[in-house]
Every structure is written in C-alpha cells, then in structure tokens.
Ligand binder design. Structure first.
Ligand SMILES: [Zn+2]
Length: 46
C-alpha cells in the first residue's frame, strides 16, 4: 500500500515519517516525506 506525503503529495515508497498535525483541536498523524518532515519539525520549533 502506497502512502502519500501530506504536504507535497509525493508518493512515499519505503521510508517515511509520521508527523502529528493539529487540526481543529485534534492531533492527527500524517505520513510525511523526509524533506517535509524536517520542514515540519522546524515549523513546530518556531
Ligand atoms: Zn513531502
């Protein structure tokens, strides 16, 4: 089963990461590619 990156919609084949997205007060886990995961981390820190 293929996953899609939540941010860039890229297909994730082997390696991907889960980021917790806060959406309307709920924490939802979304699959992220490596690049978007790092951007997400930076966004969470800032
Ligand atoms: Zn991505």
């Amino acid at each position: 089963m293929e996953e899609q990156c939540f941010y860039c919609q890229g297909l994730l084949e082997n390696v991907y990461y889960y980021g917790q997205i806060i959406q309307q007060g709920d924490h939802i886990e979304k699959p992220l590619c490596k690049e978007c995961y790092h951007e997400w981390l930076e966004g969470m820190k800032g």
